[in-house]
Design a protein around this ligand. Structure first.
Ligand code: ATP
Length: 328
């Protein structure tokens, strides 16, 4: 085991995870035995519209928790709020959240990342024009958003550069991106970009990784590899919180599911339980009549490939639409 690999925990055993979650109270916002993230009274309004209004949420340490909900439910806004990229409207009226026992509500995005709660970032245009290894090196500097570029010139950066590069190489090997080390990140496929986003987030040794739609734009060849990487992170002791629209993926890898609708937390439970919950079905049907909540508890390899093909086709369609719009 390398020095950057986290020691396996008892939660690598599916039976241990099932036994643990079977004991959770299924009420939305219920207490967990060992929460790594505790959120209270987070409200975000845009004008007169309430995008997020979460009274209480606990995320259990060491599990994969999916945050699901129809379009516009407030999932991304919630991610932005708890990672310091946005401020709650309720900042002065009792919003607070803590991670691993540390209060985070007055902290910046970089301090949140330093505390060990790291989210993935989509490759922006600027990051696409940098090489894979340059992206990884920036990831080491705590995911500080607009401060990423400044961080390159910090003296500490230069001192530690070699050590950091060795860690980056190790992660690139793990994520099968080492051969692409000096390629521009923009030249990677959709799936490889997702792997790079994940590898980059791991450069700061997080305790919890937050993934926003990790399967979007991923081609069939990489779908299973990506799911496997997410499960391995959990098996090694990391907590994973992810937003995902594909319910088959949610069923396949989640230990616990939290559901948002119209900004609020409306349900929690195992994937099977929440997807048969009438409040959840109503929330989805109200927003999206053709949503497939999935009907299989465990996916076959063929089903996974089909999902990946659908995702790739949707992505190609979206890209074609964007290109057509650009030509107009
Ligand atoms: N900067 C903003 N200004 C105004 N409204 C916003 C802003 N950001 C989000 N919203 C609104 O807040 C609501 C929640 O949006 P959000 O993107 O968080 O939902 P979501 O659950 O992540 O949706 P999706 O699954 O479609 O990504 C939506 O109605 C959205 O239009």
């Amino acid at each position: 085991m390398s020095e950057h690999t986290i020691a396996p925990t008892g939660l690598a055993d599916p039976a241990a995870r099932q036994a643990m979650t079977a004991g959770f109270d299924p009420d939305p916002g219920a207490a967990k035995p060992d929460p790594i993230l505790v959120v209270d009274n987070i409200v975000r309004q845009f004008g007169g519209m309430t995008a997020v209004d979460v009274g209480h949420l606990e995320v259990q340490r060491g599990l994969i928790t999916a945050l699901i909900g129809p379009n516009g439910a407030g999932k991304t806004t919630f991610f932005n709020l708890i990672t310091g990229f946005d401020r709650p409207t309720s900042a002065k009226t009792g919003a607070h959240w803590s991670f691993d026992g540390r209060k985070l509500d007055k902290t910046s995005a970089s301090s949140v990342a330093q505390a060990g709660m790291v989210r993935t970032f989509q490759l922006t245009k600027a990051l696409s024009r940098m090489t894979v290894i340059e992206n990884m090196m920036l990831g080491a500097q705590n995911q500080a958003g607009e401060n990423l570029f400044k961080s390159m010139f910090h003296p500490v950066w230069r001192q530690q550069e070699r050590e950091i590069e060795a860690k980056a190489d190790e992660l690139l090997q793990r994520f099968k991106l080492y051969e692409k080390k000096h390629d521009y990140a923009g030249s990677l496929s959709g799936g490889q970009r997702k792997l790079l986003e994940m590898a980059r987030a791991l450069m700061s040794d997080p305790k919890m990784i937050m993934l926003d739609e990790p399967m979007a734009g991923v081609n069939p060849a990489l779908t299973q590899s990506l799911l496997g990487h997410i499960q391995s992170l959990r098996d090694e002791g990391m907590t994973v919180l992810f937003v995902e629209h594909d319910m088959h993926v949610v069923r396949h890898i989640s230990d616990w599911v939290a559901v948002m609708a119209e900004g609020r937390l409306v349900a929690e439970g195992s994937a099977d339980t929440v997807m048969s919950n009438p409040a959840v079905i109503d929330a989805y049907l109200g927003a999206h009549h053709d949503t497939d909540l999935g009907d299989d508890a465990l996916l076959t390899d063929e089903a996974l490939e089909e999902i990946a093909e659908e995702v790739a086709a949707e992505d190609a369609e979206r890209q074609a639409d964007e290109e057509a719009e650009g030509l107009r």
